[in-house]
Design a protein around this ligand. Structure first.
Ligand code: GP0
Length: 806
């Protein structure tokens, strides 16, 4: 590192510390340093931000807008420093002045404007779009409360509000002059025009201001700075004036302004499950209307061609169906404000919008009651109705073979609006997020739509940004990689494949093993700090970190732990490789069974961890409040990546990719992107077990699975289930009756018992493999080598060339 650069960074730091915080560097707190370094980054990137946006305007570049109800961006300081090429300097200077960078970065509140995979994917995509120099922006909601903070009390999950804006958020810029009015409710007037068409005007609508807050998205050392635009709901100026008018009904207005601000009040905490609340619908329309109006305004300011050419300059990707009101909203504006005919407006709309599906779970499908949409969005309702009528007529006349499928295809059926159907009908591209998932969409869930629109369907296997999830979180591994194959992999992650040449190179394997060991030591410290439990750093770190959901089968994992515990109790001298099972997961607040599983994990942990007879061989750790920052600490230390969803249920998974990239071996089912990982690394470098997607499908369709039979024939299983019931885990006070009941009397809907035996077997193979350090490290390096494919750079290049046509 050149001394000159270090000196000038230090000078910047000193200067800013006095000016911004009124302190000398020696007296600065970690928080002072956090704010000052953020401000240095902002100064560095602001000119680039302006320039990037000006360039897009001047060159009339085609833009992609990624609309998402969730952006799980986490902390930004470290990744922003990395992307603008200042991370190393900053770390060194901080160390020179006796400060610990980690302690400083910690002062940023994790921005948790998302639940899990779907929201984190959006964040990774923005990083890749900017790093690949594409003109794109994210559009989301600036929730005042992000995803709840999780506390565990006696094994019970407690939710605390996440008021992340309590202190100044340095990355956002409020753009009050670009606020946009969004309207709800009201009456609609129809007038017949001379040419016989109808014209619509609205009355008595509720008006809400959508005020944008822009967050910079910095490309990796490439001068590009894109934007994540987060909309905040505020009262209009007229109405806030009324508030200060003494003659007005103060409390009425207070009530009103409160209900408006609630629109961007909080993120709904449900992952992969639909909660049909009116406030959520308001949020969705608020996001979509503000975004589309903004897009059209920008289009008009940039181009002198008609909006009929919108698709040449704009493409809108909607992240799941949450923003699918984009379809009728764009139709509405084109027809009512821009005087397009229906056909003209439809042509534009259906060539601009592209839809990504993230799940086939039926409980996640969004279906809004027609009455709710009609009341809240009367004009939008009329348009959806018309879309539906034309669509159904189209099938009737042009696809007589599908006539009897109309009830399954109609956008409006059973007094409900089916948002996925609306999204498919109103878009030009429908994509799944992993190969298997897309095949299931095409051949099962959406097969009649696929018949109607075969060319619309395509796959885009998910990815993760290797900049955050390797370079940033695992600097030692990154360095080791670079020492071996040079730095080109950072720009082209596929170059990681060069590591294959080192998969038999003993010194290299040893280095990689050492780095893993260090990372495990670091995590062990964190675990000791947070839980008071000391774990064995040479044990296998077996990790399952993700939202808690029945289909993800944390239950199967803890059943295996109970099984091991039982084995060890029977034979305490059993020679097994010590294991540390690490869990982290939030349950949706109203998801009872998920919370029961969290409780079970805690009670098993309490039993196992304090049992002197066996606790040198087995530990169970639950780390509370799983979020992006915690993931960043766990992932580099993982040996085993648990990806054990019931086959066909996990659309893709992305944690699987993060852990693979950090050298963990996957223990998983043939589900989601696990299959694509397996295809790359080969059967010998992954542990695969359990039912296939087709087998699961056949059991659902034709029956033939009886969970009780396994209970009665497999002693290991019977023992575990009886232990749940007997209060053995939970001091005889707590019994896990609901879990027991779900398996025995709901016939184990996620095949936990069915996959139990193959899972145990797979674990035994894991345990044996780990004994041969050399083989294990070779497998680990092979995984890292093939992980380049799962960089979101690859994913985004595919979106850009095959869907967005940028
Ligand atoms: C899917 F439908 N996902 C949903 C949802 O509501 N929330 C959510 O996070 C996830 C999938 O479960 C996934 O398999 C997928 O990879 C991710 O969306 C991004 O496509 C979890 O990683």
């Amino acid at each position: 590192m050149s001394d000159y650069r270090k000196e000038s960074f230090l000078a910047l730091l000193e200067g800013k510390m006095t000016r911004k915080r009124g302190k000398h560097l020696e007296d600065a707190s970690d928080k002072d340093l956090y704010y000052v370094i953020s401000s240095i980054v902002k100064d560095e990137i602001t000119p680039k931000w302006l320039k990037t946006q000006e360039k897009y305007q001047e060159n009339k570049t085609k833009q992609v807008y990624y609309i998402s109800m969730e952006f799980l961006i986490g902390r930004l300081l470290q990744s922003n420093l990395l992307n603008c090429g200042m991370l190393d300097i900053c770390n060194e200077v901080l160390k020179d002045i006796g400060r610990n960078p980690e302690e400083i970065y910690k002062h940023e509140h994790d921005a948790a404007l998302g639940n899990g995979g779907l929201g984190r994917l959006a964040a990774c995509f923005l990083d890749s779009i900017a790093s690949l120099k594409y003109a794109g922006q994210g559009s989301g909601i600036r929730y005042r409360y992000g995803l709840f903070e999780q506390r565990i009390i006696h094994g019970n999950q407690i939710e605390l509000p996440d008021y992340w804006l309590k202190e100044e958020y340095p990355w956002e810029t409020r753009k009050a002059d670009e606020a946009i009015e969004v309207r709800f409710g009201g009456k609609i007037n129809m007038h017949k025009k001379l040419n016989g068409d109808f014209e619509f005007s609205y009355e008595d609508q509720d008006k809400v201001m959508a005020v944008p807050y822009d967050v910079p998205v910095i490309g990796y050392q490439n001068e590009v700075v894109n934007t994540l635009r987060l909309w905040s709901a505020e009262v209009t100026e007229d109405e806030s004036k009324l508030m200060s008018d003494p003659s007005s009904q103060y409390y009425h207005h207070l009530d009103h302004s409160h209900s408006i601000e609630q629109i961007s009040g909080f993120l709904y905490p449900d992952d992969s499950s639909f909660e049909g609340k009116e406030l959520r619908l308001k949020q969705q329309y608020f996001l979509v209307s503000a975004t589309i109006q903004g897009i059209l305004k920008n289009f008009k300011a940039t181009h002198d061609i008609s909006l009929a050419h919108l698709s040449e300059k704009v493409v809108i990707q909607i992240n799941d169906t949450h923003p699918s009101l984009a379809v009728p909203e764009l139709m509405r504006i084109l027809m009512d404000d821009e005087n397009f005919s229906w056909d003209e407006a439809w042509k534009v709309t259906a060539s601009v919008i592209a839809y990504t599906n993230h799940t086939t779970l039926s409980e996640a499908l969004e279906k809004w009651p027609t009455s709710m949409i009609q009341k809240l969005l009367p004009r939008i309702y009329m348009i959806i109705n018309e879309i539906n009528e034309r669509f159904c007529k189209g099938i009737w006349f042009d696809h007589p073979d599908l006539r009897d499928k109309i009830p399954e295809l109609a956008v409006i059926a059973d007094d409900q609006i089916h948002m996925a159907r609306l999204a498919i009908v109103g878009s030009f591209s429908v994509n799944g997020v992993a190969r298997l998932h897309t095949e299931i969409l095409k051949n099962k869930e959406m097969k009649y739509f696929y018949k109607l629109y075969p060319n619309r369907f395509n796959n885009k296997t998910n990815g993760i940004t290797h900049r955050r999830w390797l370079l940033q979180v695992n600097p030692c591994l990154s360095e080791t990689i670079t020492e071996a194959i040079g730095p080109k992999w950072i720009q082209e992650p596929n170059k990681l494949i060069g590591l294959l040449r080192y998969s038999n190179d003993a010194p290299f394997l040893e280095k990689v093993g050492k780095v893993k060991k260090q990372n495990k030591e670091t995590l062990a410290k964190l675990i000791l700090n947070q839980t008071g439990i000391k774990v064995d750093e040479s044990s296998i770190f077996d990790v399952q970190i993700k939202r808690l959901h029945e289909y993800k089968r944390q239950l199967l994992n803890i059943f295996h732990v109970i099984y091991l515990y039982n084995e060890l109790k029977e034979n305490p001298s059993l020679d097994i490789t010590p294991r540390t099972f690490i869990f982290a997961a939030k349950a949706a607040p109203s998801y009872h069974l998920a919370k029961e599983v969290i409780k079970l994990i805690h009670h098993v942990a309490a039993t196992v961890n304090y049992d002197k007879q066996i606790n040198s061989k087995l530990k169970v750790i639950f780390l509370e409040n799983y979020n992006v920052s915690l993931a960043e600490k766990i992932i580099p230390a993982a040996d085993i990546s648990e990806q054990i969803s019931t086959a066909s249920k996990e659309a893709s998974g992305t944690g699987n990719m993060k852990m693979m990239m950090n050298g963990a071996l996957t223990l998983g089912t043939l589900d989601g992107a696990n299959i694509e990982i397996k295809d790359l690394v080969g059967d010998n470098n992954i542990f695969i077990f359990g039912l296939t997607s087709d087998q699961v499908h056949d059991y659902y369709q034709y029956g033939g699975y009886v969970a009780k039979d396994i209970y009665h024939t497999d002693d290991r299983v019977k023992r575990i289930l009886d232990q749940l019931n007997s209060g053995e885990f939970g001091h005889q006070e707590i019994e896990f009756k609901d879990i027991f009941y779900n398996i025995m009397y709901h016939n184990d809907p996620y095949f936990v018992l069915k996959d139990f035996d193959p899972y145990i077997e797979s674990h035994e193979l894991v345990e044996r493999s780990y004994r041969d350090k050399n083989t294990w490290q070779r497998m680990s390096v092979t995984n890292i080598a093939y992980s380049g494919k799962f960089s979101s750079d690859r994913t985004i290049k595919e979106y850009a060339s095959e869907i967005w046509k940028l």
